[in-house]
Design a protein around this ligand. Structure first.
Ligand SMILES: Cc1ncc(COP(=O)(O)O)c(C=O)c1O
Length: 363
C-alpha cells in the first residue's frame, strides 16, 4: 500500500489528518489536468463548466447530496469564511460553537464577531444537550465540527442540526475530516451548511474542498470574492472557475473518490486504531477518549512543550505525528490512513517512551 503513495519512505507518517496524502494514480490524473491547462488554456477554461459539473455529480453521489447544492472551494477555511462573512448579524447576536473547534475556524468566528458586534458562545461538553445548552433566543448560527481536530471526537451533529432547525438557527457543520472517513449522507444529516475537505481523508490533491448548502440557505450566501458570475445566478458562492486559477485539484476529485472506494480500507483502519489504542496504553499513553468509529485518536502525554516534542519526533525518530495541548493537556494524535501499519505505532510508542524517560530522568 505504501507503494501507492508518494510519501517519503524514510518517515513514519501518522499525520494524515493534517494534510492527507495523494496516491500516485490520483496525482497522475492531477498532473494530466495541469498539463492540459498549459497545452490549451482557453480551450480548457471553455470546457471547464462541463468538467466541473462532472465533479459535482460524482461528489454528490458519494456524499448523498444534490449536485446543485455543492460549490467547489479551495479548502474548509475558505468555505467557512464564505458562510460566516455572509451572516447578517449585529450587536447582541450570538454564534454558538464548541470547545473542540479547529483554531483557524475559532479565529474566523472571532473575526466575524469583532466586525459585527456579535458574541461567540463556546459550549462545554460533547453531547448534543450539553452543546445546545449554550443556545439562547439570540443564537443566530451553530458552528460545530463533525470530527473535531484538537480532540478527535465524533460530535452528534445530526441531533444538533435538528435542534437548530427547530429553533430557527442556521446549522453549520465543519466536516473537514468527514469525507473519506465517514459514510456521509448529507441530505439525511440535514445541516444547513456542510463543509468538507477532499484533500484530507478523500486523498485528493491539496486545495480541493466543497461547501454544501440546503436550497433555502443558498440565497443568503455572498461570494467571498465577487467577480465574474456575480449576479448571473442566485447561488455562486464559490466563484468556481471564473477567475484565473488552477482547477486541477477539483478535477481530480472523481479519481480520489474511486481510489478511496477501492483502497480506503476504512474497516481495517478502524481495527488498526483499536490495536494502536492497546499498544499505546500498554506503553503508558492512555487514549484521550473512548473508542469511536473513526480513524484518528489522541493519547495523553506527560507535561511537555508540545511543539518541541513534535520536532523531536521528526528530527530524531523520523516520525510525523502532531503533539498538541488541549485545555493544557499535552496529547499526541495518531491518524490511521490505508498506508499505516501497526509497526508504525510501535515505533511511535518506543520513541515517546525514550523521549519521556529522558525528560523524567532529567528532572
Ligand atoms: C476541523 C477542521 N476544520 C477546518 C480545517 C481547515 O482545513 P483547511 O486547512 O483545508 O482549510 C481543519 C484542518 O485541519 C480541521 O481539522
Amino acid at each position: 500500500m505504501t507503494d501507492l503513495f508518494l510519501l517519503d519512505p524514510d518517515l513514519t507518517h501518522l499525520n494524515h489528518g493534517a494534510f492527507g496524502a495523494c496516491p500516485r494514480p490520483v496525482f497522475d490524473v492531477y498532473q494530466r489536468w495541469q498539463r492540459e491547462l498549459e497545452r490549451s488554456p482557453s480551450g480548457m477554461f471553455d470546457r471547464l463548466d462541463d468538467e466541473l459539473a462532472v465533479v459535482r455529480r460524482a461528489l454528490a453521489a458519494y456524499l448523498g447530496a444534490q449536485p446543485e447544492g455543492i460549490a467547489l472551494v479551495l479548502n474548509a477555511t475558505v468555505a467557512l469564511n464564505t458562510v460566516l462573512r455572509s451572516l447578517r448579524i449585529g450587536p447582541g447576536d450570538e454564534l454558538l460553537t464548541t470547545e473542540h473547534e479547529y483554531g483557524a475556524i475559532r479565529n474566523a468566528l472571532s473575526f466575524v464577531a469583532g466586525r459585527t458586534g456579535a458574541r461567540v458562545v463556546v459550549a462545554r461538553g460533547t453531547t448534543a444537550e450539553e452543546i445546545w445548552a449554550g443556545a439562547t433566543a439570540r443564537t443566530r448560527a451553530l458552528v460545530v465540527s463533525h470530527i473535531s481536530s484538537p480532540t478527535a471526537l465524533l460530535l452528534p451533529v445530526e441531533r444538533l442540526c435538528a435542534l437548530a432547525r427547530d429553533a430557527g438557527v442556521l446549522s453549520v457543520v465543519d466536516g473537514a475530516h468527514g469525507p473519506g472517513q465517514l459514510d456521509l449522507d448529507l441530505d439525511a444529516l440535514g445541516a444547513d451548511v456542510y463543509v468538507g475537505n477532499c484533500h484530507k481523508w478523500l486523498c485528493a490533491p491539496k486545495a480541493a474542498a466543497f461547501l454544501h448548502t440546503r436550497r433555502e440557505v443558498r440565497p443568503l450566501l455572498d461570494p467571498l470574492a465577487a467577480g465574474w458570475g456575480w449576479g448571473e445566478t442566485a447561488y455562486e458562492p464559490s466563484q468556481d472557475w471564473r477567475s484565473a486559477r488552477d482547477p486541477s485539484a477539483y478535477l481530480s476529485v472523481p479519481a480520489a473518490i474511486d481510489f478511496v472506494t477501492a483502497h480506503g480500507r476504512q474497516a481495517e483502519c478502524r481495527d488498526l486504531l483499536r490495536g494502536a489504542r492497546t499498544l499505546m496504553a500498554d506503553a503508558g499513553f492512555a487514549p484521550f477518549a473512548d473508542e469511536q468509529p473513526i480513524q484518528m485518536a489522541y493519547f495523553l502525554l506527560p507535561a511537555c512543550d508540545p511543539a518541541a516534542v513534535t520536532r523531536l519526533l521528526r528530527s530524531e525518530f523520523a516520525i510525523d505525528a502532531p503533539v498538541r495541548a488541549w485545555n493544557t493537556q499535552p496529547m499526541v494524535r495518531i491518524s490511521i490512513a490505508p498506508y499505516v501499519r501497526l509497526d508504525d505505532i510501535q515505533r511511535l510508542a518506543e520513541a515517546l517512551t525514550t523521549i519521556f524517560s529522558t525528560v523524567r530522568a532529567s528532572r
